[in-house]
Design a protein around this ligand. Structure first.
Ligand SMILES: *[C@@H]1O[C@H](CO)[C@@H](O)[C@H](O)[C@H]1NC(C)=O
Ligand SMILES: *[C@@H]1O[C@H](CO)[C@@H](O)[C@H](O)[C@H]1NC(C)=O
Ligand SMILES: *[C@@H]1O[C@H](CO)[C@@H](O)[C@H](O)[C@H]1NC(C)=O
Ligand SMILES: *[C@@H]1O[C@H](CO)[C@@H](O)[C@H](O)[C@H]1NC(C)=O
Ligand SMILES: *[C@@H]1O[C@H](CO)[C@@H](O)[C@H](O)[C@H]1NC(C)=O
Length: 476
């Protein structure tokens, strides 16, 4: 298994850029006539279309008719046998499998007693952390049973098939490496067996290798994306089949959403997994996925956060924040609270002799204001530290919020309430705080990056979000 090497392959960045530029010379616009407006229901409509498409004999689409009645059957162990003809194409069988998954999830959603459903003790359905624990558990199991992802092989490292593994945008590299080289059962080498298609480029590496520093010009990056989609849509039938609705990209870099504009269908129709999940900048929670930002210093989690103190350990500070004054919200926070109050420790730059993570471990609440963009690695660090996150942001869609009830383990404070922050946090009762902390222990696993990935961890939660959008179901 290859490890996440953080682009040691390509020190000569200009060389890499060249090879990439030569491979991707095509840029085409397609699907124009099939699409209408960019409304919220558009994505669902696209998926419904995908689901029903395979039940009719569509003569306009040679790629679909080609798969009919092949009688080719692949079992759950991945080996294949020839079966007698059933009249169903592979695509129809895939959709049939998803329809079964959908109905079993719907049945589980209304089941109240979960003790018979949940096997082993690796899932805790109690508490109020999940919107619908039965539906989530069933959906997760169905995903493990069925979900197949095809990763396009086109392109060279570092911009494709690689990504950062050691910095704030680390999840780009870790996700790509886990999917391409991990032991996971989700990747398929046969694109005809796939439910979704991954475009394995890294926006962070685009910024590093093809962006002209300080130019603020994203044209080359958008061109790369446009060319990549152009190449795979010419070579394979899958993109044109749905105009990209069953394709996904992942980017943690702030510019992810802008770079996705390189192809209008990637932007408006495909599933975009983004840290910068700002609804005022085109993030559409119906189809897009909010990605937690996880800062790995030197490739690892801060060791102090690996073992938070016992639940009854004293937390002398009410709240803590330290960070630069960027973006629209932090100036307000610092204006009202910097060096103002001994209970609310708010710093712009933490004095050298003080330790950032020790503060998190000694505070009851950790303030997580947006910076240059909506996401902040503080949110995940606070969850690790079992310090209740206080979300201070506008237009931010929180990660995995189609499964998790954030209100069970975090507090959202409106920006206009910042002057009253101490009052708001002091009003949280001991009992409510105790429940927050218990719930933080439950959700922690969903935000942890493991190598190799483990059940229910952040890698699997991301894939589960893609799965939910592909089967087009709501887990309320
Ligand atoms: C297919 O997988 C099943 C289950 O592991 C096994 O019993 C069977 O022998 C396999 N068939 C072939 C042709 O490998
Ligand atoms: C829930 O199901 C389990 C296993 O079937 C059973 O033992 C238990 O009594 C049930 N609990 C309730 C409250 O019905
Ligand atoms: C997809 O559509 C584009 C634009 O219409 C076309 O150039 C391309 O050849 C199509 N791809 C396939 C595999 O047919
Ligand atoms: C997305 O769709 C909207 C509405 O059709 C359109 O105005 C917009 O230009 C599209 N975005 C991109 C990046 O193509
Ligand atoms: C979210 O997007 C809006 C519109 O572009 C912008 O004004 C706002 O500053 C963004 N939020 C953050 C935290 O960047």
């Amino acid at each position: 298994m290859r490890t996440c090497h953080g682009c040691s392959l390509c020190i000569l960045s200009s060389l890499c850029m060249f090879s990439v530029a030569v491979v991707f010379m095509l840029s085409v616009h397609f699907c124009k006539l099939m699409r209408s407006s960019g409304s919220n229901s558009e994505f669902s409509a696209q998926m419904v279309e995908l689901q029903t498409k395979f039940t009719r004999d569509d003569q306009d689409r040679p790629v679909l008719t080609g798969g009919f009645s092949t009688g080719f059957y692949v079992n759950q162990f991945g080996n294949s046998t020839i079966r007698k003809k059933t009249g169903l194409s592979r695509e129809q069988k895939l959709e049939q499998g998803l329809a079964r998954a959908r109905s079993s999830i719907r049945r589980a959603a209304s089941r109240l007693n979960l003790s018979a459903t949940v096997r082993g003790d690796d899932f805790d359905p109690s508490g109020f952390v999940y919107r619908n624990p039965g539906a989530f558990y069933q959906s997760y199991e169905e995903m493990e049973r069925r979900f197949k992802v095809y990763v396009y092989s086109e392109g060279d490292p570092p911009i494709t098939h690689d990504g950062p593994c050691k910095d704030i945008y680390t999840i780009e590299g870790r996700f790509i490496h886990e999917l391409e080289h991990g032991a996971g059962m989700f990747r398929t080498r046969d694109p005809h067996r796939a439910h979704v298609y991954f475009l394995p480029f890294s926006v962070t590496w685009m910024v590093k290798y093809i962006y002209k520093p300080l130019s603020y010009d994203l044209t080359l990056l958008k061109q790369f994306v446009s060319d990549y989609v152009g190449v795979v849509s010419k070579k394979y039938p899958f993109w044109n089949r749905t105009c990209g609705a069953d394709h996904f990209m992942l980017a943690c870099h702030d510019w992810g959403p802008h770079v996705a504009k390189g192809n209008p269908f990637l932007y408006n129709t495909s599933i975009r997994i983004l840290c910068n999940a700002n609804t005022s900048e085109g993030f559409n929670p119906q189809k897009d996925i909010s990605l937690p930002e996880i800062h790995l210093y030197g490739g690892n989690l801060p060791s102090k956060l690996l073992t938070p103190p016992p639940a009854d350990a004293p937390r002398p500070y009410l709240a803590f924040f330290a960070g630069g004054v960027h973006g629209p919200i932090r100036p307000i926070l610092l204006h009202h609270w910097k060096n103002r109050d001994n209970d609310l420790r708010v710093y712009e730059y933490l004095p050298k002799e003080l330790d950032y993570y020790s503060f998190m471990l000694q505070s009851k609440f950790c303030l997580c204001p947006s910076g240059h963009e909506v996401a902040s690695p503080r949110i995940v660090e606070a969850i690790y530290a079992e310090c209740v996150p206080v979300i201070l942001s506008d237009s931010y869609v929180l990660p995995f919020s189609d499964v998790l009830r954030w209100e069970a383990f975090s507090i959202q404070v409106d920006v206009s309430e910042i002057p009253r922050l101490k009052e708001v946090l002091s009003a949280v009762s001991e009992e409510r705080y105790r429940r927050f902390k218990e719930n933080l222990k439950v959700v922690r696993r969903h935000f942890v990056l493991n190598k190799p990935a483990q059940r229910f961890d952040v890698f699997h939660m991301i894939l589960h979000s893609v799965w939910l959008r592909r089967i087009n179901i709501n887990l309320e």
